[in-house]
Design a protein around this ligand. Structure first.
Ligand code: ADP
Ligand code: ZN
Length: 729
């Protein structure tokens, strides 16, 4: 039972301001609850806070101010407070920053009130214009949901008077609604499918786990199209039947709309949605409904983990291996690991679903920490694609062409049969390098040490590191020679150009995240492809993620070797996952698919493991190498990134840190570096990194805290710690 503080009691309030501890205040008139959301005076301002516990009383009592007011929001539960504290300890993040993650909704304290909303009406507009059509399209997209005038006008890109005009004819309905309404109830028995034997076994095991009301994590491993989604929706059904809430995390917003449709087919209504594409009003509604129990299921991005669930019973992490679960800016956390932490605090189950699990999850299952369930067959007629390497050393191909004659022939065959082919290359833009043929100069970013990537579609050069763009120059910035700049290497746009030349009659669709202005545009492109509206699909890793293209029977991987270069710890793992995911796109319906991988090293162990389909063999070999090297998941790593506008400051501090490493040596950890970070300069700041390697099972975080506390950050120096880094070197 949470404590209540009477008016005048001393309470400690945690705010979202960067202070190192909660501050003492006096409880306001009417008192306040432990966990209650409050507004407190801080200097001249009023800031949001949470009553974290009894006041510490170590501050001049006469100067303590009163809480300004208690907000009309459900108090933060002990479970979430404990989660924030432990996640903060793990990632070495101050609590105030953790609280910011948990309060990412505007107007939390506002009392419920009425507001005017707009939804699709029955009437026909008296006349149709482009602007009006866009408004109606947006409303149709919302599937019955309503928006405020401002939101609707902004989403449709029209003025508010266009919306107002549509209400006259009744094409758009205007009504008053309470600000935050509950989400429709989901019916766990609505539309369940008949499961196959394998699926049934897995679903029963997951249901039992949820019904137990205890913590447990399951790795649900199944080839693409084996019915993992169907199976984990059964776990969701059990969770709903138990009266607890469920959360499904997806790695990519573009996947949500397809998923929402499936949820509706299974449970009779759509769930709550939480990601960056959700309107501000809707976010507030979700936040409030989740805490009050008016939302049973949330589908969202990693930040949904910090929502104030009333009673979270299940977290599904779909495509659990996906790198986008690791937040790489601000608070550096891995949503997959944090899901396990939150579930363990709240007696909830976690399902990690993937066709190609991360080595971490594979190893946890191998060690018996996670349960593992396997779906080995594809559903229905669909069978795994045939996979072959195309040895590029034997292909006759000029240096500025990337589709080999063998791959061309395979594509041509699909075109003749009216099937789809996909060409995959994991590089956005037209060409990765622009070089001057007169002087050899390569165009780089002025803010970073990265090369600028030509985007012909935008007619600009773009830095993929910091986003800086410049118009493509006609003269070399170094030697001023005119018309000597040449594009070197392939990107997805250049590949599209080559494909169009080779197959002039084919309908091409290029899928690359930067070519779509909105999630909606991307969703439309994906639906068009699924309906057969394209013959050749050209894509970056965007296409590797879970879309269902029934007519697709050929996948050609342009550069299978791309991920094998470089010294990244996870290069082999990533390449293995990506290639299997891409190959999984082919032949998801009745027709058998083929995956062809262009490679210059067909004998490379990773390529051979992909082709042979010996997954367990690959994981065992990879695990063996990591274990021998004491690398994750068999040892622990932490990255320390130092940055400053002054390069000397960065290395002076880095060297001092490397020398004064006693707190680390005490736990048997070693420091490597400082070395220039992979991109040594980003947005004008110089960066260096140190890598700390520790044995598994030692108290790494306290040692890191003690170590870094020895140093004062002067001038523009910044220090960030990345526990379990995913990308480095
Ligand atoms: P995965 O998540 O493993 O990629 P899905 O759950 O998306 O697999 O299943 C692939 C396709 O097969 C989907 O269209 C799904 O609806 C269908 N499917 C899977 N299992 C069944 C089943 N038991 N009955 C009917 N359709 C199924
Ligand atoms: Zn840059």
């Amino acid at each position: 039972m949470d404590d209540f503080y009477a008016e005048g009691d001393l309470v400690a309030v945690l705010t979202t301001q960067p202070l190192d501890r909660p501050l003492d205040y006096r409880a306001p008139e009417g008192g306040c609850w432990q966990g209650g959301f409050v507004e407190v005076p801080l200097g001249p301002r009023r800031v949001l806070g949470v009553v974290w516990g009894p006041g510490q009383g170590d501050y001049d009592l006469s100067r303590i101010r009163a809480v300004h007011r208690a907000l009309d929001a459900v108090p933060m539960r002990a479970e979430l407070r404990s989660f924030l504290a432990r996640a903060g300890d793990y990632t070495l993040t101050p609590l105030s920053a953790m609280l910011r993650l948990a309060t990412r909704a505007p107007g939390l304290g506002e009392a419920p009130s009425m507001r005017r909303i707009y939804r699709l009406g029955e009437g026909e507009p008296d006349r149709m214009t482009d602007a009006r059509r866009r408004v109606l399209e947006v409303l149709r997209d919302m599937g019955g949901l309503a928006l405020t005038l401002g939101e609707l006008a902004e989403t449709a890109g029209v003025t508010t008077s266009v919306v107002k005009g549509l209400t006259k004819s009744g094409a758009v309905r205007e009504e008053d609604a309470p600000r935050d309404t509950p989400f429709p109830r989901l019916d766990p028995d609505y539309g369940g499918k008949d499961l196959t034997g394998d699926q049934q076994t897995a679903a029963t095991a997951l249901r039992e786990g949820v019904a137990s009301g205890r913590y447990g994590t399951t790795l649900l491993k199944g080839v693409t199209g084996s019915g993992k989604t169907e199976v984990y929706l059964e776990a969701v059904a059990e969770c709903l039947a138990q009266g607890r809430q469920a959360l499904v995390l997806l790695p990519e917003i573009a996947l949500t709309s397809e998923f929402l449709t499936r949820v509706e087919a299974r449970f009779g209504a759509k769930p709550a949605e939480w990601h960056s594409g959700v309107t501000v009003t809707e976010r507030r509604r979700v936040w409030k409904m989740v805490s009050g129990g008016g939302a049973e299921l949330v589908v969202g991005a990693r930040s949904a983990l910090f929502l104030p669930f009333r009673d979270l019973g299940l977290i599904v992490v779909d495509e659990e291996h996906d790198t986008s679960y690791k937040q790489e800016e601000g608070v550096l956390y891995n949503a997959r690991d944090m899901a396990v932490l939150r579930a363990s605090i709240n007696g909830a189950q976690v399902v990690l679903a993937s066709a190609t699990p991360s080595l971490e999850s594979w190893a946890n299952a191998d060690a018996g920490k996670y349960r593992r369930l396997d779906l080995t067959a594809r559903f229905g007629e669909a069978v795994m694609p045939e996979m072959r390497a195309l040895d590029m050393r034997a292909e006759d191909l000029p240096g500025n062409r990337w589709i080999s004659p063998s791959l061309q022939a395979a594509v041509r065959l699909r075109l003749e049969r009216g099937e789809q082919a996909m060409l995959f290359i994991n590089r956005r833009g037209y060409a990765p390098v622009t070089v001057c043929r007169a002087c050899g100069h390569q165009i780089g970013c002025s803010q970073c040490d990265a090369r600028m990537v030509e985007h012909r579609f935008l007619q600009r050069l773009v830095c993929h590191q910091c986003g800086e763009t410049i118009p493509k120059p006609s003269a070399c910035p170094d030697c001023a020679a005119e018309d000597k700049l040449a594009a070197v290497g392939p990107g997805v746009e250049r590949l599209a150009e080559e494909a169009q030349t080779l197959f002039p009659d084919a309908r091409l669709s290029v899928l690359s995240s930067d070519l779509f202005g909105s999630a909606r545009a991307l969703k439309e492109a994906i639906e068009t492809i699924a309906a057969g509206g394209a013959d050749i699909i050209i894509g970056t890793q965007l296409v590797a993620k879970g879309h269902n293209f029934p007519l697709l029977t050929l996948v050609g991987v342009i550069d299978s070797d791309l991920g094998l270069q470089g010294s990244d710890l996870r290069a082999a793992e990533r390449t293995f996952q990506l290639m299997r995911q891409v190959a999984g796109r082919a032949g998801r319906a009745e027709k058998r698919g083929t995956a062809l991988m262009q490679t210059f090293q067909p004998e490379h162990p990773v390529i051979r493991a992909i082709l042979s389909g010996d997954e367990e063999g690959f994981w065992k070999a990879e695990a063996g190498e990591r274990m021998a090297a004491g690398m994750p998941p068999y040892g622990r790593l932490a990255g320390v990134i130092l940055s400053s506008t002054e390069v000397q400051e960065v290395f002076d501090l880095g060297n001092a840190m490397a020398r004064q490493d006693a707190p680390l040596r005490r736990i048997g950890a070693q420091v490597y570096g400082p070395a220039p970070a992979p991109i040594a300069r980003v947005r004008g700041r110089h960066r260096a990194r140190l890598l700390v390697k520790a044995p598994k099972g030692v108290a790494l975080q306290p040692a890191l805290a003690e170590w870094t506390a020895q140093f004062r950050l002067k001038g523009s120096l910044r220090l960030a710690i990345d526990i379990d880094p995913q990308s480095f070197f």
